[in-house]
Design a protein around this ligand. Structure first.
Ligand SMILES: Nc1nc2c(ncn2[C@@H]2O[C@H](COP(=O)(O)OP(=O)(O)O)[C@@H](O)[C@H]2O)c(=O)[nH]1
Ligand SMILES: [Mg+2]
Length: 428
């Protein structure tokens, strides 16, 4: 159920720095089934766009005179919920996503060079990729430092080359999976027409976590873009390469972290703006979050400034470094990491946050916990599909739902919206 985001890019662009900064929070990994022993898979938290449903609950209770407004020194700043995962302060609710540090993008990775198969295995089940690029243009294609800062022209060219490089490795990988035994395989499903073709391709790409709708969309895209003259069994490597491209666009949407923005020539990010791109300063995010965790400063991911909380223990050098970060942070409008993760989840993947509960009046679960779960789900997901995500039995025995906000009874195909609270009735 968790969205899986892969961090990918050539060496030395800042992937591992980004990964460390975004996954720094200590989590009880028992709550996160995707957290294996792999050190390159971690949990990052993204703030929901709408206030947590506990804000509505508070307003209702205060309105009925059953709750007084929060005290000024309330550490929860009014939040009433008891999140099983993530946090909620001031009704800002965070939800978990899986982040994967995918090392090993080298020329020929798609054919097994470098980390090869491990690289591909890391990529395979990602819902979306963040390509971290070196917006400063200080490294060559293998990540070797070139020394002096690049000009705008040089940096832009290098970034474009990085972007093209990942795309071509992905295309070659997918194209390769299609190519093997294509003609014979396709002839077998000949009688079933386009539907057979889609399920044939889906089967081939099942190792990538492709879904049938994704493959169908990719096929439609492929047919729209350029004529396909022969029958599928006559498609040669060129056509399959193009098909691979369409599949890549649907299987691996890519957004860009223009990293090292602190030292990049002005204008590099603007030139990338026709793509989904956010200027990032991963090492600053890491420094700020460490300083926050050690009690030196008060900083929340996404903030555009921070407060120094322990003046006493700061030496001159630290004072200067903090001053520098404060200025940079303000001029760059934040480090970019939180904004990028927000964009990925809510713009690129169109996810929403919904709250399943066991009691439509008090918005609690069976044990009386207030709004313990905030699920990240596709937009317009049906009530019954959400029930299945909560528990397979709830989905199988689904009878009806109740919208916690309106108290209306809803059916299996009721489409959920962002921030909805849903009680599910099921046969047990
Ligand atoms: N100037 C600058 N350097 C960064 C930034 N993020 C990472 N770095 C540095 O880039 C180098 C490579 O980072 P690393 O995370 O190991 O790259 P990876 O090979 O892509 O995992 C390290 O020296 C980092 O400190 C950034 O935002 N700005
Ligand atoms: Mg690394």
């Amino acid at each position: 159920m968790h969205v899986r985001i892969g961090l990918v890019g050539k060496p030395n662009v800042g992937k591992s720095t980004f990964f460390s900064a975004a996954t720094l929070a200590q989590v009880d990994i028992a709550n996160y089934p995707f957290c294996t022993i792999d050190p390159n898979v971690g949990v990052a938290f993204v703030e929901a766009r709408l206030p947590c449903a506990c804000l509505s609950l508070r307003e209702k209770l205060e309105g009925e005179g059953r709750l007084t407004p929060p005290a000024p020194d309330d550490p929860r700043k009014g939040s009433l919920c008891e999140p099983r995962t993530g946090t909620c302060i001031g009704h800002r609710r965070s939800v978990p996503v899986a982040l994967v540090d995918v090392a090993g993008l080298v020329p020929g990775a798609s054919e097994g060079r470098g980390r090869g198969n491990a690289f591909l295995a890391d990529l395979a089940h990602c819902d979306v990729l963040i390509q971290v690029v070196d917006a400063a243009g200080t490294t060559d294609e293998e990540g070797q430092y070139l020394g002096a800062a690049a000009t705008l022209e040089d940096a832009s060219q290098r970034v474009e080359a990085e972007i093209a490089f990942l795309e071509s490795e992905l295309d070659a990988w997918i194209g390769g999976l299609l190519n093997e035994g294509w003609n014979r395989g396709v002839r077998r499903v000949q009688a079933e027409g386009e539907k057979g073709l889609v399920s044939f391709i889906h089967e081939r790409l099942s190792g990538l976590g492709a879904t049938p709708p994704q493959v169908a969309q990719a096929m439609a895209h492929f047919r729209e873009h350029g004529p396909v003259e022969n029958q599928p069994w006559d498609w040669g490597p060129d056509v399959l390469q193009r098909l691979g491209q369409s599949l890549r666009l649907h299987l691996f949407p890519i957004v860009y972290a223009a990293n090292k923005a602190d030292i990049s020539p002005p204008g590099v990010v603007e030139r990338l703006a026709h793509r989904t791109v956010v200027a990032c300063m991963a090492d600053m995010e890491l420094a700020l979050r460490r300083a926050n965790d050690s009690g030196l400063i008060s900083y929340r991911p996404g903030d555009v400034s921070f407060e120094v909380t322990s003046q006493a223990s700061i030496n001159d050098a630290q004072q200067k470094a903090l001053q520098h970060m404060q200025t940079k942070l303000a001029s760059m409008n934040g480090t970019g990491l939180a904004r990028l993760l927000d964009t990925v989840l809510f713009d690129r993947l169109n996810r929403i946050v919904v709250y399943p509960v066991s009691d439509e009046t008090h918005w609690v679960d069976g044990e009386g916990r207030v709004l313990p779960d905030a699920f990240v789900v596709p937009q317009s997901i049906h009530a019954k599909a959400l029930a299945s995500l909560v528990h397979t039995d709830l989905g199988a025995g689904f009878i009806r739902g109740v919208d916690g906000r309106t108290r209306r009874v809803v059916g299996a195909e009721h489409e959920l919206g962002d921030g909805d609270v849903l009680k599910i009735h099921a046969k047990t």
